[in-house]
Design a binder for this molecule. Structure first.
Ligand code: BTN
Length: 342
């Protein structure tokens, strides 16, 4: 759905591009509506949490924006070709994965994005819970990588992780790390994770839903902050994170603009996805290894039926973990949990 013709979008664009007051008469003329109709649209935006001052004879001025991942905010100056062109936004749902999987079955286009402010039954890999309080970024992206065989689809998890690292870097200039297969780490703690769910037949991939959760500014209640980064309403009690996890707020001491972060991540994932389609996995593999958290370290890998120890030596062309297990022996692991030894 293209929302660039939507009144909300056009009004916000005009208000954001204006320092000081914007004349109601001029804006109404631009939109081809009456001033009363314009006022109704402004009131709807105020209901959504936009603080807009209205002064007779002066017009309207945007004072602050709500801290929400609204579709029109994400699409504002988003430079992607197809990712995030159709966005389904929720306040609270059990899991963005469920919705995106369903949209995939219903034939929604590649790049469809499902995003939620909070999840009540967020899920991670190996059926773990993904605790999803307000203030994080939780989304699921629908992909249809019909250019790749089923056995290569796990590369998408790695690609998405790399996209997050680049997106975080572009957004707040901080470098995270990747832990095979799906963890995003910052300063030795888990910052986020990726869950890919595949709908495939014997030789055909119908869709892949890439679910990404990042701890950004976790709050107990819906905080909301102003354009000037001041807390404008709500409760801002930081959620207690488990000792092995962290958030961007905790690491930087600053609230991070979630919309900008999500936009950069989408742009980076799309760029890498085009690269994968055109050139295959080899370049992405090289780049992924540069950010590999445990490369060269002694690790223990738990797979479904065994535990293996060795030195983590990177990933192969299928995205499998390469382990040097001693005496020149190499093991390749397609799925498992890695922990650092010593
Ligand atoms: C993991 O670390 O095990 C993966 C976590 C993935 C969490 C994200 S949040 C958005 C999407 N919806 C979910 O229920 N899970 C993924």
């Amino acid at each position: 759905m293209d929302i660039s013709g939507d009144f909300k979008y056009v009004i916000l664009e005009a208000l954001k591009g204006q320092e000081g007051y914007l004349s109601g008469e001029d804006l109404a003329k631009k939109l081809g509506i009456t001033r009363q109709a314009l006022w109704k649209h402004i009131a709807k935006l105020q209901e959504k949490g936009y603080e807009i001052a209205a002064v007779p004879h002066l017009g309207y001025q945007l004072i602050s924006c709500p801290d929400k991942l609204y579709p029109w905010e994400i699409q504002h100056k988003l430079s992607t070709k197809f990712m995030g062109k159709d966005i389904h936004h929720y306040e609270i749902i059990p899991s963005t994965q469920d919705i995106a999987v369903d949209l995939g079955v219903k034939g929604f286009p590649e790049g469809t994005l499902v995003v939620s402010e909070r999840q009540t039954r967020g899920r991670g890999r190996l059926r773990r819970n993904w605790v999803s309080p307000y203030g994080g970024v939780y989304f699921s992206l629908l992909l249809r990588p019909d250019f790749m065989p089923l056995e290569q689809v796990s590369c998408i998890t790695l690609l998405a992780g790399l996209g997050c690292i680049y997106g975080i870097k572009r957004s707040i200039n901080i470098s995270g790390f990747l832990k095979w297969p799906n963890d995003i780490f910052l300063n030795g703690k888990k910052l986020g994770g990726i869950l890919c769910e595949v709908d495939a037949e014997a030789d055909r991939v119908n869709s892949v839903v890439v679910g990404i959760g990042i701890n950004v500014n976790p709050v107990r209640d819906n905080g909301g902050y102003s354009v000037g980064d001041k807390i404008s309403n709500g409760v801002n009690t930081l959620e207690k994170l488990p000792p092995y996890a962290t958030s961007l707020f905790r690491e930087t001491g600053k609230r991070v603009n979630r919309v900008e972060l999500l936009k950069k991540i989408l742009e980076e994932i799309e760029r890498l996805y085009f690269l994968l389609e055109k050139e295959g996995f080899s370049l992405i593999r090289q780049e992924w290894q540069e950010f590999c958290f445990l490369r060269g370290e002694r690790v223990r890998v738990k797979t479904l039926n065994r535990e293996i120890e060795g030195e983590a030596a990177g990933i192969d062309e299928k995205g499998h973990l390469v382990l040097k297990t001693g005496a020149g022996r190499i093991e390749k692991i397609s799925a498992g949990d890695v922990e650092k030894l010593g």
